[in-house]
Design a protein around this ligand. Structure first.
Ligand code: ADP
Ligand code: MG
Length: 276
C-alpha cells in the first residue's frame, strides 16, 4: 500500500496482491487487551500474521479466539461495552486510527462466520449486493461468475443463479458466503469455525477451498478441529485462559512445529486432547 495512511489506502482501488517475495506481516497485534465492560477477555496479545499464509487459532472454548479474530476487522466495535488497548496494524497502518472507516476495513478484511449466513435473496444477488453498495461499476455477471468460481461453487449453481440462496445445502451456503466475501476484493479473510456446522464432506470441500485461496489471500481461521488446523494451516496460534478466565496467547509457531514439538506443556496437553 502506497498511501501515507490507512484511511487513504482504503479508498484506493485494490490491486491484485503480488506474490510474496519474502514473508511479510499483513496484520500485527502489539500488546492487545480486549475487554467486555470490566471483564478482561484477552490480555497482552502480540503477534504477526503473515501474507498469503493460513494462520489457525486453536484453544479451549472461551479463551478469546473469536475476540482476537474480530479485532482484526473491527467487528468488536459492534459489541456494546467492548474496548481495546494496544495496537492493531494492517500493512503497518493503525487500524483503529480516528480517520479509519470500519466499513472499509471490513471490505479489505472480510469475515466468514460459523453458521452460513447468506441473505434471503437469490444466489446472484448474494454476490452482486455487496459490490453494488461499494459502487462497483464493472460487469456484474462476470463478477458473480468469477467469485463463484473462486469459491468452487460455480458448476453447482450456474444454472440456478436466480434461485434463493437458502435453498442451497449448508456447505454450499458457506461457499456462497466465501464467494460473497471474495467479491469485494479483500486482502484478508477471517473465518470463525467456518466448517463446524457442516458434515465431513462439506468440511473437506471448505478445507480444499482454503488451500486454494491462500495463493491470493491471507487467511486466519478459528477451528476446534486439530486435524483441520494441521492439514490446512501454515502457522498455529494456541490460546489459553488464566485463572481469571482471561485469554492469552500461549504459543505461536509454524504448524508442524507446534503440533510435533510444542514448547509448552499446556500446548502439548491440548493438542493431544487432554482438555478443551
Ligand atoms: P472463544 O472464541 O475462544 O470461544 P470468545 O472470544 O468468544 O472465546 O470469548 C472470550 C471471552 O469473552 C469469554 O469469557 C466470553 O464469555 C467473553 N465474551 C465473548 N463475547 C462477549 C460479549 N459479546 N460480551 C461479553 N463477553 C463476551
Ligand atoms: Mg469463538
Amino acid at each position: 500500500m502506497k498511501a501515507s495512511n490507512l484511511a487513504e489506502a482504503l479508498y484506493q482501488d485494490t490491486e491484485p496482491t503480488p506474490l510474496a517475495q519474502e514473508q511479510k506481516p499483513v496484520l500485527e497485534l502489539r500488546n492487545v487487551n480486549i475487554r467486555y465492560g470490566t471483564f478482561l477477555a484477552v490480555k497482552a496479545v502480540s503477534m504477526e500474521i503473515m501474507q498469503q499464509q493460513v494462520t489457525a487459532f486453536i484453544g479451549p472454548s472461551g479463551c478469546g479466539k473469536s475476540t482476537v479474530l474480530r479485532s482484526f476487522n473491527r467487528m468488536n466495535d459492534m459489541i456494546r461495552g467492548s474496548t481495546i488497548t494496544g495496537s492493531v496494524l494492517f500493512n503497518d497502518h493503525d487500524l483503529y486510527a480516528k480517520d479509519v472507516d470500519p466499513v472499509l476495513v471490513r471490505r479489505r478484511i472480510g469475515m466468514v462466520f460459523q453458521k452460513p449466513n447468506p441473505f434471503p435473496k437469490s444466489i446472484y444477488e448474494n454476490i452482486a449486493w455487496g459490490a453494488r453498495i461499494n459502487g462497483f461499476k464493472g460487469d456484474y455477471d462476470a463478477l458473480v461468475e468469477t467469485s463463484l468460481r473462486s469459491a468452487a461453487l460455480w458448476t453447482e449453481v450456474k444454472d440456478k443463479l436466480k434461485q434463493n440462496a437458502l435453498s442451497l445445502s449448508g456447505g454450499q451456503q458457506q461457499r456462497l458466503c466465501i464467494a460473497r466475501t471474495i467479491a469485494v476484493q479483500p486482502e484478508v479473510i477471517l473465518m470463525d469455525e467456518p466448517a463446524s456446522a457442516l458434515d465431513p464432506i462439506a468440511t473437506g470441500r471448505i478445507e480444499e477451498l482454503i488451500l486454494e485461496l491462500k495463493s491470493r489471500y491471507t487467511i486466519i481461521i478459528v477451528t476446534h478441529n486439530m486435524g483441520q488446523a494441521s492439514r490446512i494451516s501454515d502457522q498455529t496460534a494456541f490460546f489459553m485462559v488464566d485463572e481469571k478466565r482471561t485469554g492469552y496467547l500461549q504459543e505461536y509457531a509454524p504448524t508442524e512445529q507446534l503440533f510435533l514439538n510444542p514448547v509448552h506443556k499446556k500446548t502439548e496437553e491440548y493438542i493431544s486432547g487432554k482438555f478443551g
